[in-house]
Design a protein around this ligand. Structure first.
Ligand SMILES: Cc1cc2nc3c(=O)[nH]c(=O)nc-3n(C[C@H](O)[C@H](O)[C@H](O)COP(=O)(O)OP(=O)(O)OC[C@H]3O[C@@H](n4cnc5c(N)ncnc54)[C@H](O)[C@@H]3O)c2cc1C
Length: 388
C-alpha cells in the first residue's frame, strides 16, 4: 500500500503552524512504517494490541501530548488533534490506546492529583513505561454513569472499594486504574494499582469491533487504598465528565483520520478497478459517492480546526465538543460504509481497511457519549431544557 498523503481539499495546511505540521507528519510516518504492517495480525487476534510500539509512542511524544511538564510534549490543541487523526488513520484501537492513556488517565492525575501522584505516574506514563485505564462504566450504567454502584467507604486513612467496571480499555494492561466510585460525599476518583489485593481484570472476548484493543471488566472486592491514592481535587461527576470532554475532543479529530483512510483507499481502488470497459471511478454514481465523502471530510476538518483554536483560547464549551464528536464520527461511519460498498466483495476481506474502520467506528459511535447522548446535550444547549 502506498504511503498516505493526506486529504486537504480546502488547503487547510496553510492554516497550520510549523509545529502542528511537524507533529502530524511525524505520527503519519510512524503509523505507515511501524503500525500499518502489524494491524492485520492484531485484528485477527481479538483483543491484542502491539505492545512493542508503546515505548515508541512514548518517544514520539503522543502519550499525554497536550499536557505540560512531567515529560509530556506540551503540544497545542490542534497539533494534539492532528496526532489523534493520524493514529486513528491507522486504527481506532491505536487512537483509543493514546486517548485513554492521555485524556482519561494522565489528564485526571494532572488536573485533580496531588504533587506526589503527578511525580509518581505522569513521567512514566508519558514515556509508556506505565499504562493507565479509566474505570467509569459499569455493567448496568453506561450513558447514565452517575447511577454507578461501585462504592468507596472511608475507614480511617484508608478507603475500601467494592464494585465492578465493564468495557474498560487497557484494563488488564494497566499499571494504574482511575476508578470512579460513590462515597458519602458523592463521586470521587481513586488510583488503584495493578496487583492490589481484591482487584482483578478480565478481558472481554468476541468483539467484532475495536479488535486491536484490549477491553476488560474490572472487579473490586474489598480493595483497600490509602487516602493518598484518592484524587484530592476531583469532586462529583464533574471529575470524570471533564476527562470525557478531553477524550471526545481527540475523537472528533480521530474520526477524520479513519474517514480519510477509507476515502484514500476507495479513491485509489476505483481508479484501478475496471467495470464494464472502464474504471469504476469514471461512473457517475461512483463520483457522487466520492464527492460526498470529500465534502463531509472537509466539513469535519473545519469543525475540528475551529474547535482546536477555541480550546487553546480557553473558549471551548463542552457542547461544542459534543457537536464535533457526534458529527465527525457519524460522517466517518457513513464514509466507511460507502467505501466498503464500492470495494465490492474485496471490501469484506482484511487486505482492505475500510470494513475494519467501519466496525471500529461502531464502537466509537457508542463510547465517550453515544450519538444519541450528544444529540441530547446539543438539544439541552439549544433549548435550555434537559430532555428525559
Ligand atoms: C470497546 C469499548 C471500549 C470502552 N472503553 C471504556 C473505558 O475505557 N472506560 C469506560 O469507563 N467506559 C468505556 N466504554 C463504555 C462506553 O463508554 C459505554 O458503552 C457508553 O457510555 C454507552 O453505555 P452503554 O453501553 O451502557 O449503553 P446504554 O447507556 O445502555 O445505551 C444503549 C442505547 O440507549 C441509548 N440511550 C441511553 N440513554 C438514553 C436516553 N436518556 N435517551 C435516549 N436514548 C438513550 C443510547 O444512545 C444507546 O443507543 C467502552 C465501550 C466499548 C464498546
Amino acid at each position: 500500500m502506498a504511503d498516505f498523503d493526506g486529504v486537504d481539499f480546502l488547503l487547510l495546511d496553510e492554516e497550520l503552524g510549523e509545529e502542528e505540521r511537524l507533529a502530524r507528519d511525524s505520527v503519519r510516518a510512524f503509523v505507515d512504517a511501524e503500525f500499518v504492517p502489524l494491524i492485520q495480525e492484531h485484528v485477527r487476534q481479538d483483543g491484542s494490541f502491539p505492545m512493542e510500539l508503546v515505548p515508541k509512542l512514548g518517544a514520539l511524544g503522543v502519550l499525554g501530548a497536550n499536557l505540560h511538564g512531567y515529560g509530556c510534549a506540551g503540544m497545542g490543541s490542534v497539533a494534539y488533534g492532528l496526532v489523534m487523526q493520524e493514529l486513528e488513520r491507522g486504527d481506532s484501537g491505536l487512537r483509543s490506546f493514546a486517548s485513554v492513556q492521555g485524556a482519561l488517565c494522565m489528564y485526571p492525575i494532572f488536573t485533580y492529583g496531588n504533587d506526589a501522584q503527578k511525580e509518581r505516574w505522569l513521567p512514566q506514563m508519558a514515556s509508556g513505561e506505565a499504562i493507565g485505564c479509566f474505570g467509569l462504566t459499569e455493567p448496568d450504567f453506561g450513558s447514565f454513569a452517575q447511577g454507578m454502584r461501585t462504592k468507596a467507604e472511608c475507614s480511617g486513612d484508608r478507603w475500601v472499594l467494592n464494585g465492578s467496571k465493564r468495557w474498560i480499555t487497557n484494563g488488564s494492561l494497566a499499571d494504574v486504574a482511575v476508578i470512579w466510585a460513590q462515597t458519602e460525599e458523592g463521586v470521587r476518583g481513586f488510583l488503584v494499582e495493578k496487583g492490589t489485593p481484591g482487584f482483578e481484570a478480565r478481558d472481554i472476548k468476541g468483539k467484532f469491533s475495536l479488535r486491536a484493543s484490549v477491553t476488560s471488566e474490572l472487579y473490586l472486592q474489598d480493595v483497600e487504598v490509602r487516602e493518598e491514592d484518592r484524587l484530592p481535587k476531583a469532586k462529583g461527576m464533574k471529575g470524570p465528565l471533564s476527562c470525557l470532554t478531553q477524550a471526545r475532543y481527540g475523537i472528533a479529530w480521530g474520526a477524520i483520520g479513519a474517514a480519510m483512510a477509507c476515502f484514500d483507499e476507495v479513491r485509489q481502488y476505483t481508479l484501478e478497478r475496471q467495470v464494464q470497459g472502464g474504471p469504476l471511478a469514471a461512473k457517475q454514481l461512483t463520483q457522487q459517492k466520492l464527492a460526498d465523502m470529500l465534502t463531509e471530510i472537509t466539513k469535519a476538518q473545519l469543525l475540528a480546526l475551529r474547535l482546536g483554536r477555541l480550546k487553546d483560547a480557553g473558549r471551548l464549551h463542552h457542547s461544542m465538543v459534543s457537536m464535533a464528536k457526534r458529527n465527525n464520527v457519524d460522517i466517518a461511519l457513513q464514509i466507511a460504509r460507502a467505501a466498503r460498498d464500492l470495494l465490492g466483495a474485496n471490501g469484506i476481506v482484511d487486505d482492505y481497511q475500510s470494513m475494519r474502520h467501519m466496525v471500529n467506528l461502531e464502537t466509537v459511535r457508542t463510547y465517550e457519549g453515544t450519538h444519541d447522548i450528544h444529540t441530547l446535550i446539543l438539544g439541552e444547549q439549544i433549548t435550555g431544557m434537559r430532555a428525559l
